[in-house]
Design a protein around this ligand. Structure first.
Ligand SMILES: *Cc1c(COP(=O)(O)O)cnc(C)c1O
Length: 472
């Protein structure tokens, strides 16, 4: 036995021999030598330990062409970028783990001409001196929303942080107990408040907060009344919340600014498209809120950013805060944001071209046809592994917007046969490109709403392969 293992060890190809093989020589035209060496050493280490464990006892597996093929597969894996496209078949449109919003085609077209060149990012061309990066979206944000002033930072968490730091450091911020939200585990209102150095004064109860609760705690140290959008949950039943307009008039009476963290923040009234009414950014500002903040990559459908709108004097103070240097928006983001915002000048164009809006507003009829197209492409499958059907389902907006809303959709259902739903889910997730579905009541669901038109062929091919492939 030991003797046999020794013989196997001797059969392991030498590095030099591998490097001379046709396969590896030609692959070296595409991959750096160092990466190839890493792949070779990993494969050889793997073979040695397999022999040692006794799991490799066939000398054919050590043949030069077999091992070099293994090396090529490994070098391909090592060379694959970490961040890569996946197909979102979950039906969650603003899926934080899958990158939230997709850039519009017309926005993508701006990357090449602009990101490979110098720009007037912080250069005032009229005056020939240093300018501000914020001017590039300031005017269009004012134009679209009616705000007095506008400012952008890295994301909405940063927006909330810098507003609190600017206006309420060492002072008190009043917030309802029903709005102390946590978003995605890493953003909790009480913790952001602590980081900013503001003192949180909670009022009301989990389910009910009245205007008088706010009024009772207002004192000389009160710096702000804060309203936070209950993005990802809803309290139902015996509840009461203070209307924004009432909070604004209370703030006015005491000369205290009112801020609203809108979370998603949208410019389009989705109730026109059959969805639940959510106040738009314009409507919130029209009620007199002094500052609002929201994300660029949730319902707005742009890049990751935090947008701050409101009264000139307050926004200006935020802009001057030194913390900005650490939270500032990147130039590529700014370019994507400006061009996404430009699409909102015509709402019809925005809904047609911004993928997030387009997916949310897709009609049931369109989704029906899309599901039919997918089914047709899959064709008839002769397999006992699973069966395919199409049925009604519910998509989610995601990104902490409209948490209870289910958008009527059509979904592809893979019903387990020889394969369980979880086995199919795992296989599709390992596919190139990965296809992310969801398992519901032991059925694998692929929602066509979030599958892009040009991805239907890939999904169909994957399902066909899943039905026919030998080894899973
Ligand atoms: C999503 C959200 C945030 C955080 O926004 P990011 O852009 O992810 O930083 C803050 N507040 C509310 C209410 C949110 O929904």
């Amino acid at each position: 036995m030991v003797y046999e293992k020794d013989r196997l060890f001797q059969k392991i190809p030498k590095v030099d021999r591998l490097l001379e093989t046709e396969a590896i020589t030609s692959a070296l035209k595409a991959y750096p030598k160092a990466l190839m060496m890493k792949a070779i050493h990993e494969v050889l280490d793997y073979l040695r330990s397999a022999i040692k464990k006794g799991s490799l006892d066939d000398k054919d597996k050590l043949a030069l062409d077999v091992v070099s093929a293994q090396v090529i597969r490994r070098v391909e894996e090592l060379d694959r970028p970490s961040l890569r496209p996946v197909i979102n078949a979950t039906g969650v449109v603003v899926h934080t783990n899958l990158g939230r919003s997709l850039m519009a085609e017309s926005v993508l077209d701006k990357f090449r001409p602009l990101s490979g060149r110098y720009t007037n990012l912080e250069y005032n061309l009229e005056e020939g001196r240093r300018g501000s990066r914020y001017v590039h979206v300031q005017e269009i944000l004012k134009e679209l929303t009616g705000a007095e002033d506008a400012m952008v930072v890295n994301n909405n968490a940063a927006a909330v942080l810098i507003c609190l730091d600017t206006l309420a450091k060492g002072r008190e911020v009043v917030v309802s107990r029903g709005q102390l939200v946590e978003i995605g585990g890493s953003f909790r209102i009480p913790e952001v408040m602590r980081k900013s150095g503001a003192k949180m004064v909670e009022v009301g109860t989990t389910n009910k907060t009245h205007l008088r609760d706010y009024e009772e705690v207002i004192g000389p140290d009160t710096a702000m009344l804060l309203k936070v959008h209950c993005s990802n949950f809803q309290i139902v039943g015996f509840t009461e919340d203070v209307e924004t307009a009432d909070l604004v008039s209370l703030g006015r009476r005491y000369g205290i600014p009112v801020m609203e963290d809108l979370g998603s923040g949208c410019f389009v009234d989705f109730s026109k498209y059959g969805l639940t009414k959510e106040p738009t950014v314009q409507e919130v500002l029209a009620q007199g809120v002094d500052l609002v903040s929201f994300s660029g990559d949730k319902l707005l459908g742009g890049p990751q950013a935090g947008i701050i709108l409101g009264r000139k004097q307050l926004v200006e103070a935020v802009r001057k805060n030194q913390l900005n240097r650490a939270l500032r928006i990147d130039k590529l983001t700014l370019l994507a944001l400006e061009h996404t915002l430009r699409l909102y000048r015509d709402e019809k164009v925005a809904v047609r071209e911004i993928p997030t809006l387009r997916m949310i507003c897709q009609s049931y009829q369109e989704l029906r046809r899309k599901a039919q197209r997918l089914l047709r492409r899959i064709g008839r499958l002769n397999t006992d592994r699973f069966s395919v059907s199409v049925s009604d389902g519910g998509s989610k907006v995601g990104g902490g917007a409209l948490p209870l809303l289910e958008l009527p959709t059509r979904v592809l259902c893979l019903q387990p046969g020889e394969l369980t739903a979880h086995e199919m889910e795992r296989w599709l997730r390992a596919y190139q490109p990965p296809i992310i579905g969801r398992v519901e009541k032991d059925i694998l669901i692929l929602d066509v709403r979030t599958i892009q038109e040009d991805e239907l062929g890939t999904v169909a091919k994957a399902v066909q392969e899943l039905a026919g492939k030998r080894d899973l």
